[in-house]
Ligand binder design. Structure first.
Ligand SMILES: Nc1nc2c(c(=O)[nH]1)N[C@H]1C(S)=C(S)[C@@H](COP(=O)(O)OP(=O)(O)OC[C@H]3O[C@@H](n4cnc5c(=O)[nH]c(N)nc54)[C@H](O)[C@@H]3O)O[C@H]1N2
Ligand SMILES: Nc1nc2c(c(=O)[nH]1)N[C@H]1C(S)=C(S)[C@@H](COP(=O)(O)OP(=O)(O)OC[C@H]3O[C@@H](n4cnc5c(=O)[nH]c(N)nc54)[C@H](O)[C@@H]3O)O[C@H]1N2
Ligand code: SF4
Ligand SMILES: [Mo]
Length: 691
């Protein structure tokens, strides 16, 4: 039997044809009729059945007992969880229950719906340092998230802190860019590493890590000075142009070259290519978010899109209209959270931009668990996240997971985070669920994901949350069956789930330059280069620049002991964060954690290809294997994130976990979003014998 569905081995979206024999998936092929991928698949998608049918899958609910894990029924799991959550709400308030999830996995809307109806403002995500800053800043400055319109064929693209051919992130698949290049689109890549994409670029700008904001200021100065901006757009649609130009003078071209380590001629060329090869677009990535300059840099990049007239212009950075379905935000019922509860959001008074989109900084949760301040957090309900391996300062995460009174984890596997749980719920993978896929994205599509198989007693996250929602919140806000939920989501389109899944997808209308009739969705109806939203929240209304806090030039004393720059987390084709480390074809492709080190630096430290190396930062250390390569410049170490070892007794959470070295102190975070600095840290390395 062949079932047409949609992959979610990453942020998802690729159409697939799933071969099922005797209740098992035997093969996954690309669906040539799917408009998102036109038959193409990456290695994770092609191999996903080896994850779904992996012998280590959790197959039924488990309870921790003194004698170890004990199998329980779903009824026992649901009644114990709902009793405990309701007791805690009664005694400590709903805010003492924190829900958590990781990066976009299509279950967010149901998680928020549960949280808002239960009455807790606390949902722990990766949104402070991933995607959330682009959303919140995009909404504040230009009313929405600008997305590259590859369909409209940009003539020039800047790929900035992103490697989409590996990461296929959010709204994009990497081959959109590769197809554009084949048709002659000019490419600028901003990345300290010489990635394969950087090698293909017309211009590669190897900035010093963390200095992207300085490059943006340099380009802005050139564009203003040479009059390369779109005068009409600036006159009619920009708020605060004079103030912005005055601020730009504080960060002139020469200053930008000193900060970034680039030549004046390189910045000039980038400014010229981008502003003179229209339409042009910026394809930005998470590297820009994971540091103190997060919102500064995003504001500057939106300014570049705006002043060159590329916002909402075909082939530029556009705002796609959503398809006619209930949106993720409507489904999440954010308006139902009572105002007095909203005000209690952890860290909300400090990271006030994050608070506008309901995002919290994880440290606020760990602190509340460990210190009881500003109020105690008693329960954590974690679904699709492995924070012990993917959040900064892993030792603090571990302490908090150990200390919290009641921990529920819903996952596919016994991860290091799951090991800490009181109750463990077996969740279904994307091959085991029906859903309206990609609902959270801003590319204007939704797609039909269809259940192909049932594994053990696994339930979808939607079914788990619906049942707990009925027991812990207002039952009338949940649907009798999953099919009813799907029909509700589709209701504005007039399609039933059967009709939609037959059809495969829905697209919103493609309408451009909407600002000409309605303005931008900001308080002034203009692109706010001077931001009234930042001003109201008590931040600088104009973008500025911070030196990254931990570099050889900004922390010279520390750099004597930790002389190298550590960047972490460049994406790996066969893994998705901490996923797919189980034995099988994906792990075989990449069995060990690797750190990239320049031959010159390696020679300095006596390190050879394949050696195990101890990486140390002021906070901790871990082991990865050396890949000696001039892809990274001398003095820069690029380490992988997400490592644990399912084959080991304790999950090997400490050996190669780079988040033992990262810092989650508030001082090093972006002041508006609380974005954690994961990309520019100081470290030292030494060869060790074996691991
Ligand atoms: N040092 C460093 N750390 C980083 C990063 C970095 O660049 N450097 N990147 C960060 C970024 S951008 C992000 S978004 C975060 C990601 O952080 P997370 O999203 O927390 O990622 P994972 O650690 O992979 O955790 C996902 C867990 O959920 C399970 N899972 C997957 N899909 C589902 C599902 O549909 N339902 C359920 N119930 N479980 C599921 C998986 O088995 C896995 O154990 O990591 C961050 N961590
Ligand atoms: N296979 C796979 N795909 C994934 C994921 C995964 O874990 N595995 N994770 C998903 C998630 S949640 C996310 S957020 C996306 C992220 O995906 P992308 O946005 O593509 O980000 P990364 O691959 O982490 O990093 C992109 C590049 O940033 C560079 N970089 C590091 N520091 C700096 C800097 O200071 N400035 C600049 N300009 N560049 C820098 C790195 O060298 C790297 O080449 O990927 C998603 N897709
Ligand atoms: S890019 Fe993502 S959605 Fe597409 S096949 Fe790979 S894992 Fe699946
Ligand atoms: Mo992310």
């Amino acid at each position: 039997m062949t079932i047409r569905s949609v992959c979610r081995g990453c942020h998802g979206g690729c159409g697939v044809l799933v071969e099922v024999k005797e209740g098992k998936v035997t093969e996954i092929k690309g669906d040539p009729s799917c408009p998102i991928n036109r038959g193409r698949l990456c290695t994770k998608g092609r191999n996903y059945h080896t994850i779904t049918h992996h012998p280590d899958r959790l197959l039924y609910p488990l309870r921790r007992t003194k004698g170890g894990w004990k199998r329980i029924s779903w009824e026992e799991a649901f009644s114990e969880i709902s009793e405990r959550l309701l007791q805690i709400k009664e005694k400590n308030g709903a805010e003492a229950v924190v829900l958590g999830y990781g990066t976009g996995r299509d279950n967010e809307a149901f998680i928020y719906r549960f949280a808002n109806l239960f009455g807790t403002p606390n949902v722990l995500t990766a949104g402070h340092m991933c995607y959330g800053p682009r959303i919140a800043t995009g909404i504040a400055i230009c009313g929405n998230l600008p997305v590259v319109d590859y369909e409209g064929r940009p003539r020039c693209v800047i790929v900035w802190g992103c490697n989409p051919v590996v990461s296929n992130p959010d709204e994009y698949k990497g081959f959109y860019l590769l197809d554009a290049l084949k048709e002659g689109t000019k490419l600028i890549v901003v990345d300290p590493r010489r990635t394969p994409l950087a090698k293909r670029a017309d211009l590669w700008l190897p900035v010093r890590p963390g200095t992207d904001g300085a490059l943006a200021w340099g380009m802005i100065n050139v564009i203003i000075d040479r009059g390369w901006y779109d005068e009409e757009f600036v006159r009619d649609h920009v708020h605060g142009w004079e103030d912005f130009c005055r601020r730009a003078k504080e960060y002139p071209l020469r200053w930008a070259t000193e900060r970034t380590g680039l030549e004046e001629s390189e910045i000039l060329k980038a400014a010229e290519l981008f502003s003179q090869t229209l339409p042009s677009a910026i394809h930005w990535g998470v590297a820009l978010e994971q540091g103190k300059n997060c919102t500064n840099t995003i504001r500057l990049l939106i300014a570049l899109m705006a002043i060159t007239g590329n916002l909402d212009r075909p082939g530029g950075n556009v705002f796609y209209s959503p398809p006619p379905v209930i949106s993720a935000s409507q489904l999440g019922l954010h308006k139902r959270l009572p105002e007095e509860q909203r005000k209690k959001r952890l860290g909300g008074d400090r990271f006030r931009l994050a608070d506008t989109i309901g995002v919290i900084n994880p440290k606020a949760v760990w602190d509340a668990i460990l210190t009881g301040k500003p109020y105690p957090v008693k329960a954590l309900f974690l679904m699709s996240t492995n924070p012990l391996i993917t959040r900064a300062n892993a030792l603090q995460v571990k302490a908090a997971l150990e200390q919290v009174d009641f921990l529920v984890v819903a996952d596919f596997f016994m991860t290091p985070t799951a090991r800490e749980a009181d109750i463990l719920l077996p969740s279904a993978t994307w091959l085991e669920v029906d859903y309206v896929a990609d609902l959270w994205k801003r590319h204007g599509w939704v797609l039909a994901r269809r259940k192909a198989v049932q594994v053990g007693e696994c339930l979808s996250d939607y079914e788990i949350l619906m049942e707990l929602g009925r027991r812990c919140t207002s039952p009338e806000d949940w649907w009798p069956t999953m099919r009813d939920a799907l029909n509700y989501i589709l209701s504005p389109s007039g399609l039933t789930w059967e009709e939609f899944s037959e059809r495969g997808y829905l697209q919103g209308p493609r309408v451009f330059r909407k600002y000409r009739t309605r303005g931008f969705s900001t308080p002034t109806r203009k692109v706010e280069l001077y931001s009234t939203v930042f001003e109201r929240l008590g931040y600088d209304p104009l973008p500025g620049y911070y030196d990254p806090p931990e570099t050889p030039w900004s922390a010279a004393e520390l750099a004597r002991r930790f002389p190298y720059i550590l960047i972490t987390g460049a994406r790996i084709p066969s893994f998705f964060h901490s996923e797919n480390r189980q034995k099988g074809p994906l792990r075989e492709r990449h069995p060990d954690p690797l750190l990239e080190i320049n031959p010159e630096t390696a020679a300095e430290k006596g390190i050879k290809e394949g050696d195990w190396v101890r990486i140390r930062s002021p906070r901790g250390s871990c082991l990865q294997r050396a890949r000696v390569t001039d892809r990274v410049p001398p003095g820069v170490i690029a380490a992988e994130h997400g490592w644990w070892f399912p084959e080991e007794e304790d999950g090997g959470w400490k050996r190669s976990n780079i988040d033992l070295l990262t810092d989650n102190s508030y001082e090093t975070c972006d002041p508006a979003m609380g974005a954690t600095n994961l990309r520019v840290l100081l470290c030292d390395v030494e060869k060790v014998d074996g691991r």
